[in-house]
Design a protein around this ligand. Sequence first.
Ligand code: ASP
Length: 352
Amino acid sequence: MPGTFVFKSLKPMTRRDFLARSGAVSTLLVTSRPASAAAQPQVGIPASAKPLFVSTWPFGRASNEAALKVFQAGGSLLDAVEQGIWVTESDAGNGSVGLGGIPNAAGVVQLDACIMEGVGHRAGSVAALEGIRHPISVARRVMEKTPHVMLVGEGARQFALEQGFEQGERVSPGREKAWKNWKAQQDAKRASKPKGHDTIALVGLGPDGHLCGGCSTSGMGYKLPGRVGDSPILGSGLYVDDEIGAAGATGIGENVLRYCGSYQVVEYMRQGLSPQDACLETLRRIAKKDPKGFDLSISFIAIDKQGRFGAAGTGSGFQYSVTFPGTSVVLQSPGLTAKSVGPIGGNRPPVK
Ligand code: ASP
């Protein structure tokens, strides 16, 4: 419905609850386009409420909040994104990000990460990095200290060691035990189904209108050694265009990689779609072409230069985190399935 606040929080929450939870949340702006344009509510924050941080999943909220603190203490937006992501990378209980993640099929955690700064369109990335606690920082160092954009595997590890980055176990004892059980059940079937995955993709908008983003994951649990997903690939797991906006992805990386998903989201924003519509439209476009249709298990988050934000996922959607001064919430994104093309957006034909 035009003008209706559509987001649901982690626990069902009415708009009134949502507003009550934080005084500052009343600064959220909800506007609608005409009903003929599918009546998509657009949610954003006023310029005075920046910086804005948006990230994937409920665990992103702690990262957003850390990012906000770093920024408010005088750090740059890039520092904020990087150090925000540290929080999730450091969480030993998180099976999908950092060295606490589920290992690959060989029993070793291989980490993927990238970072991108709108100003100067700079980026750095690492993939299949072993035994280093903060891959997001190694990605930043690649961006800042090398003529390259991406380092992988042993080369990335050697670079991280030379740069003095903190090391950690290549797999945590708890996850090693689970891996041994998994391994015992595999009876030599090599390409058994990977399991367990998520990513922190965190995008930020500063008061000066500049954008940054970062992305970090241990990828698919029990993946084949050397497998790289979408997360460290610029344009797939993350993309930032300082003139337009930023987007990040989570879900089965293979289904994002083949479509340059985050780049597509930003390009739809360039064509005039809101962040939310851009995420939905990207999912529709991918599902239209892909033999799996909407059965893709992928999701996107996005923000634009104006401070609007949005997200969408296949299936029943997913939860994402939004933080700006005075407000930090987990929201439910709309989802798209073959049967219903979403709780909002209806059957609007895809953008040509
Ligand atoms: N996109 C990640 C990967 O494929 C996993 C996830 O976000 O669920 O490595």
